[in-house]
Each structure stands twice: as structure tokens, then as C-alpha cells.
Design a protein around this ligand. Structure first.
Ligand code: IMP
Length: 471
């Protein structure tokens, strides 16, 4: 079983956690070694949703700060480029201890920066002052990465669990005082702010958490290398999606981290040659927050898909805007992430619908299959072919996954059992044409939210379509 990195190919919310959870199961079945799930960027702006069967009931579990390996009792690790929200991490860890008896190893890079409440406040302040809003998740991500780059205002995990934490926090907060004073008038829940009270409050919140987490501090890059050498399995968990990359996404409406798979490997000190990189692509793109999406579907398709598929942010609850498939973006993401394989997700959500596919943009009167810096100048060009498939008779209302599961679990199971040969014709054509265009093989098609509800298109980790054919 290869080690793998899992990344989103669009604007996030592609279903990464579900596929990652299945990769963990495959790794566990394959070799009896430990499996590690390592978060390598982003922070609590992510919302990784897993639907896990427990005593025959489907249970929904969402992680924001902790790696999704909590549901599978995997070793979990926090990489140095992550925005580490220790409060949320503790909460999720305790929930998983209660729900899934989580008791595996926890490894936190001594280098990772801590995301504090003041990052959230300053995020809110910056958004309030912006003329053109980014529509951030207000999790503090932008201000956190500013502190990282600024160096002096970065509080690492080593500082956090060390003896000088209080002094360090005071020193940093003095530098934030001007912003926090300003936030008083703009953010209602912050109107009582005073520097000394705020320091006391943060110390009171964090002291017990520091006590609980201090045993997990480590030189992560070395521990991961040892794990690799011991034949243990490592799975890197990306957050957000390629189009939200701070440099390669839709600037300025992007997140602030480096989220490409090769960057993940570099930040964890791991060798590319020991990994497979998998891109997760929801068949139709969605976007939450501001920013342009060339194939935005403002028609019945977009409205119905949003509603019937429960397309709302796991972190903020905001509605996600839905678009038609945009393979120009898929190919861009495949290139930037150096993908070995793709998982297409939510094929069930768009069954019985006519899907048109964007295969180029019209830019200044020319047809171009490249992603420009300013997507606003790109008018989608749709190929003549439309795709349509039918998976089951019965409910198409998938807005509540737990409710739909009762009726659909068996139908999904038989589709998975039928495998590649059981793919309906329209979906098969979609996959073949997609792979031809993107030049990376699809190795699985997800047709449901629960573990195992993915049709595998390959035998034993080898895609049926070999990558070499495309190079
Ligand atoms: P930030 O990461 O909170 O600063 O938000 C920047 C942009 O990225 C906003 O448009 C957010 O809605 C979007 N965003 C951030 N994280 C995620 C995610 O995990 N899924 C989808 N969109 C996200």
C-alpha cells in the first residue's frame, strides 16, 4: 500500500476526508502496521466531514483542527505549516475519545504556530474594513499566516508548551493591542476588551490545554521518517483546495496557506518517490465565500444541486455556490499537484441531470485551455457533449446524508460491488473523457458519503489506465 497525500482540486469541500478515511481502511487491511494521518496546512477554516457507521447507525463527525484519522484510531500528526488551533483540537480529540474510544499516538511538530482567539478577532476586523470582502471563514487564517511570515509574532508549539509561554504571549499581545482596541468598536462581542484582562483570559483558557498537549511535542520530520523506514503508512491530509492556494488560486479571494501536495511533502520532510498523490475532485465545483467561478450555475441545475446535496459549508454553514464541471481547472490542479490519480466524488448527487462540461475559456476572443490569474476574464466554453447517468430509483434528496442512508445504503453497496463494469454508460463516458482531458486516471468514483461507498476503478492500487500512457 503506497503512502499517499490527499488534496482538493477545486475550491475545497471536495470530499477529501471521506476518501482519506477509505485509504486508511485499505492501508489497515493491507498491512498490520500503524497508519498516520498528518495535517500539513490550513487550520480550523477546514471542515472535514466523515460519516462513520457505528452500531449500524451512520454517525456524522466533523474535524476542523484535528486530522480526520481520529475516527479510525490512526496515529495523528500536526505538521509545521498548519495553523494549529489547540482549543478546537482538544475539543475534537475529547469527542473522538468518547465516540470512538480514540487512543492512538499524537504527534505535534514543535515548529507549528498556534492560532489564538486574537487571530479570529483580527480576521473579523480586517474583513469588516475591506471594501472588497474575501468572505473568509473568520477562523483567523490570514492574520495567523501574517504572524508566521512576520516571525517575531509567531508563537510556536515549542513556545506554547514551554516555560516562557506567558511572557511570550504578553510580548506578542502588546504588539496586537492597537488592532484589538480598534476591534472593540467593530466586533460586538469584543467591546469589553482590555489588554490586561485579555491576557489573563487567554492564559486561563490555554494553561490546561498546554498541560494536556505538552507530551505530544516532537521533531515531526524525524518521527515521520522513522515511521516510513519502519514500513508504517503515512497519509497526508490536505485542506481547502487548489484554487484557494495563496499564490496559485483566484487571488485575492484565496486562503493563506501553501496547500499543494508537493509543498506538503516538503514541509513534512518526506520524499516524493515514496508517495502517491491523489486529487479529490467533486464532479461539480462549489465555492463558499467570495470570488469568481467561471461555470457558476445560476439555473435549475445549480439551485437543485445546492439544495438536494446539502451544499453548505461545514465550518460556517454558508450556502455553497454550485457550478458545472470545469475540466480546465481540474487539469491545472492535476499539473500543480503532480497527481498520480483522481477520485471523483458526489456522482450520486448529479444523477439524472444533464451535465455540460467546460473544456476551455474564451479570453479576449481566443479559446484558451489555461487558468489565468484573473478568472473574471474567462468565459466558459462548453463542449458539445453532455453527460447524464442514473444510479438508482428512489430518493434523490441527499441533503441529509443520515436520513438518505436508511433508504440508500443497500443500493449503494450493490453499485460498489458491481465495480467498474457496473458503471452506468453516461458516467463511464464522463470518466473516460475526463481522464483523457486531464491526463490523470480516475481511480475511484464516490457515490455516497459513508466509508466504502466508492466504486473502485482499479485493481489492487494499480489504476487500470496506466499513467505512462498519458505522459
Ligand atoms: P480563510 O481561509 O478563512 O481566510 O478564507 C478565505 C477563502 O477560502 C474564503 O472564500 C473561504 O470561504 C474559503 N475557504 C477557506 N477554507 C475553506 C474550506 O475548507 N473549504 C471551502 N472554502 C474554504
Amino acid at each position: 500500500m503506497p503512502n499517499s497525500i490527499v488534496v482538493g482540486m477545486l475550491w475545497g469541500d471536495e470530499g477529501k476526508a471521506k476518501i482519506l478515511d477509505e485509504l486508511v481502511q485499505e492501508a489497515k487491511e493491507d498491512n498490520n502496521q500503524k497508519v498516520w494521518v498528518v495535517r500539513f496546512q490550513g487550520g480550523p477554516n477546514a471542515g472535514h466531514t466523515m460519516c462513520v457507521r457505528k452500531d449500524d447507525e451512520l454517525v456524522k463527525f466533523v474535524t476542523h483542527a484535528a486530522p480526520s484519522g481520529l475516527t479510525s484510531n490512526s496515529e495523528i500528526a500536526i505538521g509545521p505549516h498548519t495553523a494549529f488551533d489547540t482549543e478546537k483540537f482538544m475539543k475534537e480529540l475529547n469527542e473522538a475519545r468518547e465516540l470512538f474510544n480514540y487512543d492512538a499516538g499524537i504527534h505535534i511538530s514543535e515548529r507549528v504556530g498556534i492560532l489564538f482567539d486574537y487571530h479570529r478577532i483580527i480576521d473579523g476586523l480586517q474583513e469588516a474594513k475591506r471594501k472588497n470582502k474575501v468572505g473568509t471563514t473568520k477562523s483567523g487564517i490570514g492574520p495567523f499566516y501574517m504572524d508566521n511570515a512576520n516571525r517575531a509574532t509567531r508563537i510556536t508549539f515549542a513556545d506554547y508548551v514551554g516555560d516562557n509561554f506567558h511572557d511570550k504571549l504578553k510580548e506578542v499581545l502588546k504588539q496586537k493591542n492597537k488592532d484589538l482596541e480598534e476591534a472593540k468598536s467593530l466586533i460586538p462581542e469584543f467591546e469589553d476588551y482590555s489588554l490586561s484582562n485579555y491576557i489573563e483570559k487567554l492564559i486561563a483558557v490555554h494553561n490546561p490545554i498546554r498541560e494536556e498537549l505538552k507530551e505530544f511535542v516532537c521533531r515531526l520530520e524525524y518521527r515521520l521518517r522513522e515511521a516510513l523506514e519502519n514500513g508504517e503508512n503515512i497519509i497526508g491530509e490536505g485542506a481547502q483546495g487548489t484554487m484557494l492556494h495563496v499564490n496559485m488560486g483566484t487571488i485575492p479571494d484565496v486562503s493563506s496557506s501553501h496547500l499543494l501536495a508537493p509543498e506538503g511533502l516538503a514541509s513534512l520532510g518526506l520524499p516524493r518517490r515514496a508517495f502517491k498523490i491523489y486529487g479529490i475532485e467533486k464532479i461539480y465545483p462549489t465555492r463558499v465565500g467570495n470570488g469568481f467561478m467561471p461555470t457558476l450555475a445560476e439555473d435549475e441545475f445549480g439551485v437543485e444541486t445546492q439544495k438536494n446535496s446539502g451544499e453548505a459549508g461545514a465550518t460556517t454553514g454558508r450556502k455553497r455556490r454550485v457550478g458545472y464541471p470545469d475540466w480546465v481547472i481540474s487539469k491545472y490542479a492535476a499539473m500543480l499537484n503532480d497527481l498520480d490519480g483522481i477520485y471523483l466524488t458526489r456522482a450520486d448527487c448529479v444523477q439524472d441531470k444533464d451535465l455540460k462540461v467546460c473544456t476551455a475559456y474564451e479570453i479576449d476572443g481566443q479559446e484558451i485551455a489555461e487558468v489565468p490569474l484573473k478568472l473574471e476574464i474567462a468565459k466558459p466554453f462548453y463542449s458539445d457533449k453532455t453527460y447524464r447517468w442514473h444510479l438508482w430509483d428512489g430518493t434523490k434528496d441527499l441533503s441529509d446524508p443520515l436520513k438518505a442512508d436508511k433508504e440508500l445504503a443497500e443500493k449503494r453497496k450493490s453499485l460498489v460491488e458491481a465495480g467498474r463494469d457496473g458503471l452506468p454508460e453516461g458516467l463511464r463516458e464522463f470518466v473516460e473523457n475526463h481522464d483523457e482531458y486531464v491526463r490523470v486516471p480516475t481511480i475511484g468514483v464516490s457515490i455516497g458519503p459513508a466509508r466504502g461507498e466508492t466504486i473502485k476503478l482499479y485493481k489492487k492500487y494499480r489504476p487500470l489506465i496506466q499513467r505512462e500512457e498519458f505522459v
